[in-house]
Design a protein around this ligand. Structure first.
Ligand code: GAP
Length: 444
């Protein structure tokens, strides 16, 4: 499969099967904003739950938080986002198209009067680069004046920093400990695109780990290893994952050291998770700007210090794209092309499809009863329309790991056919043991 077409195929499958729709589609769409349909919302929820379980529920040293999207505007001055969260922007004076100055299409052209604008073809029409802040602004209260201007958060991390002592004291944690959060973030990206890869509204899953200064490098290496392990356990092809260490010119304004975890997309190796050693940049800035002490008292050594922060940050939407892309396969089966999403069963939106082979001989009634029992235990789907082969294919496209068919033999020995999505192998399972059989294979 040519890689350029993989993306088109995935976008079309996502729409056709209800994973992802363009926002406000009937109005022509809103640029780089997407909505999750019935299957997409389940996939993303499964990814978020799995992340939350591994960060918060399975550990004693990380607490959860759900901070508001809107924060005091001084937060973003302290964090450096008002001054530094900018992209250099170049406009074409004639066709009004906008480019980031590192855009491949205008390489070497800004400031050169002979430069040709890549969209309209005019020469010398590009402006000098200007800094453009990526934060969305809005107004709090009824008067639209500068004093009431606030921002939609561009990262969830700051909600954690300003609450770190609230969480530490209320949960009686001791450094080292972490705070995890899942929530929306907003960036007015200049060049969004590649479907849900770079959007203007997205969800982040971030964890900030507070450590004693000097122990930050050890924890940084610890989290780097844990995060790669988690992604591999999720079922992502290891050969399509790699680390990329930031060079001095790539480091964000807050970072001492940083690694991206990259996936090999059809449009190249790209970041979808970042592990950052943020030092004490954020906490000391909040201390300075708020005038409140944010140091930590180590009750064993009696030392006071502002903790260093090791952050892991992954986009839920970008991870959803990685899992869909990695799961997508096409196979020739009986002269037809079978499209299948080979999701890890734990993240599949639907766990089992239930089908009567034919709509007679009491098969629909038995299948319906099995479905009613199953859906109370796991997301399931009932389908009695069309040839059985077509019903299997529909579930293959949705990534459903198991197909359960009630057939002639069910009427005599109370067993059903269970078809495995990936191998298409079929086996017989006793109807009364089916739920337990599936739960065992789904790790539920
Ligand atoms: N708190 C650190 C932080 O926000 P980042 O590298 O700017 O770091 C972290 O973002 C992750 O958030 C990225 O690896 C990506 O998965 C996701 N992300 C960032 N910008 C995004 C966008 N415009 N659309 C979708 N996901 C985005």
């Amino acid at each position: 499969m040519a890689d350029t077409t993989l993306m088109d195929k995935l976008v079309s499958l996502a729409k056709r099967r209800g994973f992802v729709f363009q926002s406000s589609e009937i109005y022509g769409g809103l640029g780089s904003v997407w909505d999750y349909g019935p299957l997409g919302v389940e996939l993303k929820k499964n990814l978020k739950e799995r992340w939350w379980r591994s960060m918060v529920h399975e550990r004693d040293d990380i607490e959860g938080l759900d901070a508001a999207i809107l924060m005091h505007p001084r937060v973003w001055e302290a964090s450096g986002h008002v001054a530094g969260f900018t992209d250099p922007l170049i406009d074409c004076k004639i066709c009004k198209n906008r480019f980031r100055s590192d855009d491949e299409r205008i390489k070497g052209e800004p400031g050169t009067p002979t430069g040709q604008c890549p969209v309209c073809g005019n020469k010398g029409s590009l402006t000098e680069p200007r800094l453009f802040n990526l934060m969305f602004k809005t107004f709090m209260g009824p008067v639209e004046e500068a004093a009431a201007q606030i921002y939609l958060r561009p990262e969830t991390a700051q909600g954690i920093y300003v609450n770190y002592l609230n969480v530490q004291q209320s949960s009686r944690q001791k450094v080292p400990f972490g705070i995890a959060q899942i929530g929306k973030a907003f960036r007015n990206e200049i060049n969004p695109g590649n479907f849900i890869f770079r959007t203007r509204e997205f969800e982040q899953m971030e964890m900030q780990f507070f450590v004693k200064p000097g122990e930050d490098h050890t924890w940084f290496e610890y989290w780097r290893a844990r995060r790669m392990e988690w992604l591999v356990a999720l079922g992502i092809t290891p050969a399509k994952l790699r680390f990329h260490q930031h060079g001095p010119s790539e480091l964000a304004h807050y970072a001492k050291d940083a690694y991206d975890i990259e996936y090999e997309f059809p449009f190249g190796w790209k970041e979808f998770e970042g592990i950052h050693n943020r030092g004490n940049y954020d906490l000391s800035k909040h201390q300075e700007f708020s005038g409140k002490k944010l140091d930590y008292l180590d009750t064993v050594t009696n030392e006071r210090f502002v903790p260093f922060v090791v952050e892991t940050s992954i986009g839920a939407d970008r991870l959803a794209l990685v899992t869909m892309m990695d799961a997508y396969a096409e196979e020739a089966v009986e002269g037809e092309t079978r499209v299948v999403l080979r999701f890890n069963p734990a993240i599949a939106p639907i766990k089992a499809g239930v089908f009567p082979l034919v709509k007679k001989d009491g098969m629909p009634e038995i299948a319906r009863k099995i479905y009613d029992d199953l859906r109370a235990q796991m997301p399931s789907f009932y389908d009695e329309s069309g040839a059985i082969g077509r019903r299997y294919r529909r579930q293959d496209e949705a990534g459903t790991p198991f197909g359960v068919t009630v057939d002639g033999q069910t009427l005599t020995d109370q067993t059903v056919t269970v078809r495995h999505r990936d191998s298409m192998v079929q086996e017989r399972v006793s109807a009364d043991k089916l739920a337990a059989w599936l739960r065992e294979r789904l790790g539920r």
